[in-house]
Ligand binder design. Structure first.
Ligand SMILES: [Zn+2]
Length: 182
């Protein structure tokens, strides 16, 4: 079965007519959507040596509210949210673009939120050899909306994860949290 046949099968399964005129281009658009939201599987290391620069400071660097879309691996339902990152460099800092691509690489897959936050945090820690990385994710889980049988839900799931110096230093954790709060 090719992708077009699969899409037509799904459209028929949900009770619509796959040959309806207005759905003519839907298989191709659905394929483009799938290729985009699951492109993380095909991304290669986003923090290469060319994305790393010599650090001139040992103070925390924060990136706030990076939007992402992922899909939960249990229901293939969208997880839509934002992540804020902080890290304390040792000798190296990473380009902003490489950090954003790291978020894309781990979110554009079938995921669970706890794993997204761990993978991003530990990957940045390893590649930048920094003193510590901390991440906060807030997201809406669309499978929750379905399970609750309501069409709208403001429920956000939050996950905080940190490693390195943040494990020992509560003040640094609080610095991060107060920086990304608003
Ligand atoms: Zn789910």
């Amino acid at each position: 079965m090719n992708f077009e046949d699969i899409t037509k099968y799904i459209i028929e399964y949900i009770g619509d007519d796959p040959n309806r005129m207005d759905l003519k281009d839907t298989p191709e658009r659905f394929k483009q959507y799938m290729d985009f939201v699951f492109s993380g599987y095909n991304m290669t290391n986003p923090i290469e040596n060319s994305s790393l620069y010599r650090s001139t400071s040992d103070q925390m660097i924060c990136i706030k509210k990076v939007s992402f879309i992922s899909h939960c691996e249990h229901h293939v339902a969208p997880i839509i949210g934002e992540i804020s990152l902080g890290y304390i460099p040792d000798l190296l800092i990473a380009s902003l673009g490489s950090l954003l691509r790291t978020v894309q690489m781990f979110t554009r897959r079938l995921q669970i939120q706890e794993r997204i936050v761990q993978q991003i945090t530990d990957f940045i820690y390893e590649k930048t050899q920094s003193r510590g990385v901390i991440s906060l994710i807030k997201a809406h889980h669309h499978c929750l909306i379905c399970n609750a049988s309501v069409l709208e839900s403001d429920t956000e799931m939050c996950s905080l994860y940190y490693n390195g110096i943040f494990l020992e230093d509560e003040n640094k954790r609080n610095d991060f949290l107060s920086t990304v709060k608003n």
